[in-house]
Ligand binder design. Structure first.
Ligand code: FE2
Length: 157
């Protein structure tokens, strides 16, 4: 799962994230909510598409490659990272920097085979041994951000 389904009420501005789709229609204020499509609003790409950088075990996110304003009337409301079976969301306020940091350990959710205590597993030279597989599978990471005026944006690592 790397896709966030985010809906907005055009009347009151409620925003909801779909945790599980049951197939019904989301409504608010007596009307159907709008499913937001990332990166579709006509606005500055540089100020909205999240800029991603990995430093050690941290994923650093700036919005964007040119920092977005964080004014009362125009700011980034939140930044969310979707990775494997996780969603992490950071709320921001006007006056803060349009940035977030996430812990980034690719493959940490993968089940690593360590063998059973009494199990002997041959290694690549055919010599019996017990081993821990530390290979970490490549994993897709998608980062979303929401601008109060320009909507939903995303970038992939
Ligand atoms: Fe904006």
């Amino acid at each position: 799962m790397n896709e966030l389904s985010v809906y907005r009420c055009a009347k009151c501005g409620n925003i909801v994230m779909m945790l599980k789709s049951g197939g019904g229609t989301l409504t608010c204020c007596g009307q159907e909510m709008t499913k937001l499509k990332a990166n579709t609003v006509d606005a500055s790409q540089e100020k909205h598409v999240p800029a991603l950088k990995v430093e050690g075990e941290k994923l650093m996110v700036d919005v964007g490659s040119v920092l977005h304003p964080m004014l009362e009337e125009h700011f980034i409301e939140w930044i969310a990272m979707v990775r494997g079976n996780r969603v992490e969301l950071v709320y921001l306020k006007p006056g803060m920097e349009p940035k977030a940091e996430f812990i980034y350990r690719p493959g940490e959710d993968a089940i690593l085979y360590t063998g059973k205590d009494d199990e002997v597993v041959p290694n690549c030279e055919g010599v019996p041994c017990n081993f821990v597989c530390k290979d970490k599978p490549a994993e897709k990471v998608v980062v979303y951000e929401y601008c109060n005026l320009h909507g939903l944006w995303k970038a992939e690592l």
